[in-house]
Design a protein around this ligand. Structure first.
Ligand code: NAD
Ligand code: MN
Length: 353
């Protein structure tokens, strides 16, 4: 029996309603998987900031770093006006735990009018997001400039991760039907214009994916603007997409719009031997406290976390149970046009595990 210690960080708003659902599904996994969980409740977010003066208490980071293999993070509310001393805990967590990849699967059910099943793998540490900006005055007015950093090391490891994900998805598909027959990784860049930065990303990604272990994976590349066009025209063509930070940010939010509700879309922040599952949605103050938040983004995030903790079988069970609920379409939350409460959706999915 393997025991995983998992940090639970509900955060604010509906984070407090969906993270308990994530815990329930992990606890309900069949004993035959020989997997146990040891949960630890941790603080982060705006409420934590108001109570403790810190949106990400050191204790939270320490427990995650020293004791946990993974975590589930709900959502945090950001103040609409700048509040002194407040900064986003998830951004800080990514930095402090070196979570170098952001992974976002975007999937409809098979019986959707236009089924899609893709995952966007976004480099999470560099590119324009190194935030090295300067502004200077010139005779023609102000000029602002920013550094775009692309490194061989970060590009290689993100491309290798995309290759690994493609192989794992192929394996998970062996036990459940899918729209894809063959794994594909699409490398996204703009090297026709940015020949050095994106050029490096492109060259190194191709090199990483030329490893014989990815022999069964088809590799293609797409310039990012035409990628957006194709993503909206033929989303069903894509399996795994790998991109530098900025393009990945934009593509992953755009792709999430293809599936109908934010309440369906999971993500994971992944580092070496550590993964945090996180629904893509925010704290949704407009529906908080009503027991109507869609828990599926969180349930899928829990599955995604398990994939990165080398438990693909457990992950596949959760994905299949969620898909069965959606395909039947009887117990859906209001964001999907249904009338079910958060608890009713969770219970329906637990029954199908
Ligand atoms: P949001 O994602 O919280 O909500 C957008 C809309 O989608 C709302 O109408 C909401 O009711 C709906 N929605 C979101 N998740 C849902 C779910 N699981 N089930 C049903 N409906 C759902 O985005 P927002 O309204 O722009 O932001 C609200 C707060 O969340 C802000 O303080 C923002 O800063 C924060 N936020 C946090 C994160 C994060 O923690 N990663 C991400 C986005 C926004
Ligand atoms: Mn974004």
């Amino acid at each position: 029996i393997r025991t995983l210690r998992i940090g639970l960080i509900p955060g604010d708003g509906i984070g407090k309603e969906v993270i308990p659902a994530g815990r329930r599904i992990l606890e309900a996994l069949p004993a035959s998987l020989k997997l146990k969980f040891d949960f630890v409740d941790l603080k982060a977010g705006f409420e934590s900031f108001e109570q403790t003066g810190s949106a990400l208490p050191d204790a939270t980071v320490d427990v995650l770093r020293n004791e946990c293999q993974g975590a589930l993070f709900g959502a945090v509310s950001s103040p609409t006006h700048a509040v002194k001393g407040y900064s986003s805990p998830i951004v800080a967590l990514r930095k402090r735990l070196d979570l170098y990849a952001n992974v976002r699967p975007v999937k409809t059910v098979l019986n959707a009018a236009k089924p899609i099943d893709m995952v966007i793998v976004r480099e999470n540490t560099e590119d324009l997001y190194v935030k090295q900006e300067t502004t200077r005055d010139t005779p023609e007015g102000k000029v602002a400039e920013a550094i775009k950093r692309i490194s061989e090391k970060a590009s290689f490891r993100i491309a290798a991760m995309a290759g690994d994900i493609a192989l794992r998805r192929q394996k998970i598909r062996e036990s459940s039907p899918s729209i894809h027959s063959k794994p594909l990784v699409t490398i996204t860049h703009k090297s026709n214009v940015l020949s050095q930065t994106d050029g490096l990303f492109r060259t190194v990604s191709k090199q990483a994916l030329s490893d014989p272990k990815y022999a069964s994976v088809a590799i293609e590349e797409q310039i990012v603007d035409s990628m957006v066009y194709k993503l909206f025209r033929q989303p069903e063509d894509y399996d795994v997409i790998v991109a530098p930070n900025l393009y990945g940010d934009i593509l992953s939010d755009g792709a999430a719009a293809l599936v109908g509700s934010l309440g369906l879309v999971p993500s994971a922040n992944v580092g070496e031997g550590f993964a945090i599952g996180e629904p893509c949605h925010g704290s949704a103050p407009d529906i908080q406290g009503k027991n109507i938040a869609n828990p599926i983004a969180t349930l899928r995030s829990a599955a995604l976390m398990l994939e990165f903790l080398e438990e693909p079988e457990a992950a596949a069970k959760i994905y299949a149970a969620v898909d069965a609920n959606l395909e039947e379409g009887k117990l859906l939350s209001p964001d999907l046009g249904g009338k079910a409460t958060t608890d009713e959706v969770v219970e329906d999915i637990l029954r199908r595990l």
